[in-house]
Design a protein around this ligand. Sequence first.
Ligand SMILES: [Zn+2]
Length: 280
Amino acid sequence: MAFQFLTFHSFLLLLSFFFILCFAWLWHLNWSHPDLPQLRAKTAHSMVHRLLKPRSPRDCPDCRLSSPLSAGVEPAPLPVRPWCEIKSRRGAPKRIDTQGFSCPNQQCPYLGVTDAHVHALVGDGTHGRAEPIQTFRCQACRTTFTARRYTPLYRLKTPSHQIAVVLAARACGLDPSAAERVFGYRQATITTWLTRAGGHAEILHQRSFRNLWLPHLQLDELRTRLRSNTHVLWLWLAIDPCTKLLPVLQLGPRAQHMAHLVIHSLQQLLAAFLPPPLYQ
Ligand SMILES: [Zn+2]
C-alpha cells in the first residue's frame, strides 16, 4: 500500500514538473519577445508599401489640349460698329432700357453684345397674362425675343413672385411633398423650377466668380450618400477658411478625373493660381 502511494506521488510530481517545463517554454517563445507583434506588423506594412504615382499634365486630357504645342491660336473677334452709327438719326429715341440683353441670333453681328450703346435692341411691346413680359427686337436682323429668354422663367405661366416664394421655401429646407401641400403646385412642377434655377445659379456662379484673390484655400472631399445607402458620392470642394467662400463645388466619384476637374475649375476662377516658382 505504501509502495503504491509513493508511485502515485512520484507520478504527480513528474506531471507537475512537466507542466512547469511547458509553461517555461511558452513564456520563452511569446513573452521573451514583446516586440514580435510589432515586428510582424512592420513586415506586413512594408509588404503593402504604397506605390506613389506622381502625376504630370499629360495625364489630364484638358491639360494635353491646353498645352502650348496643341493649343491653337484663336482669331480675335472683329470689332462691331455701334448700331447708332449705322441707323438713321430719325425716329423716336429709346424708351426701354436694353442694357444687359443681347441678340440671340447666331448670324447677327451683335450676337452677345450687351452694351446698350452698341447693340441694335429696342423694346417691342409686352405680352403675358399673369404679368407683363418685355419683348425686344433687334433692328439689325429683325429678331424678336422675350426678356425671359435664357432665364429660369422662360415660357412659364406662373407669376414670377410665386415661383420665387416656392423656391425660397425649398431653399430653406421645406420638403417637396410639404411644398406641394402648402403652395398647391405639383411636386414635378416644383422640381422643374428648382432644376432650372439650379442651372441658372451655376451659370451665374461661373460669371460672377472671376479673378478671385484667395490667399488661403482648403481643398477637401467629403463622402456622402444620395437617396439610398448604396449610392455613394463624393463632394469635392474648395473653401476659403477666412471668408467661408466656396469657389468650387463638384459632386461625383472619387476618381482622378474629378480631381482634375476641381483643379481646372479653381484655376479658371482665381486671378493667380500659384506663385510662379511653384509651377515653372
Ligand atoms: Zn440681331
